[in-house]
Design a protein around this ligand. Sequence first.
Ligand code: B4P
Length: 191
Amino acid sequence: MINILMFGPPGSGKGTQSVTLAEKYNLLHLSTGDMLRAELAAGTPLGKKMEAIMAAGELVPDDVVIAMIAGKIDATTGKAGFIFDGFPRTVEQAEELQKMLEGRGMKIDLMLVLEVNDTELMDRMKKRALVSGRADDADENIINNRIAVYRAKTEPVIVFGRKAGVSRSVDGVGTIDDIFGRLCKEIETVI
Ligand code: B4P
């Protein structure tokens, strides 16, 4: 089993690239953002509780996303591994994921860090706002808050990845196909 973390600031292309990478390498794509938006759309009690946090561009509590991920890992069969998109977003989530995988005889094999400057991030999310209907894409202040939350709470996970010897920086600016090629090159060093 191969386990890849797709990492980067909001709007860096994690979701975009994870879908096609999952297809190419027969991995299960696990996006905590998609899982949470599905709860919101279904109007579940959990979704209702998380709605305001997500709309403000803040992170939902660690225990909520950790429980979601654990459930998916245990229910999966027939895949060559997992691609974690938007998870872990805090050092605590990273440590929990490491424990979760080790407890199941697996490990984190690769952490792909997409590097994109803030101007480009803002531009992409504003464009996405026109079609996504996402409350957290619709307002420049909220986008700025998401970027600030990333720098304060999520970026420290890169240090975790470096210590584990699994993190690789990838230039996330360019065409979607070019970036896909750069990511595949990194993945092929570990499979
Ligand atoms: P996510 O769904 O993870 O949202 P995101 O950070 O904006 O990333 P996303 O994957 O959507 O964007 P992408 O870069 O693919 O999280 C949403 C919220 O859920 C969080 O703010 C938080 O509240 C909560 N949450 C989720 N996970 C959590 C966790 N682990 N812990 C706590 N809370 C959590 O794409 C951006 C746009 O750019 C797209 O429109 C795409 O078309 C475009 N794009 C992609 N590549 C491009 C390129 N090369 N050139 C031009 N445009 C490109």
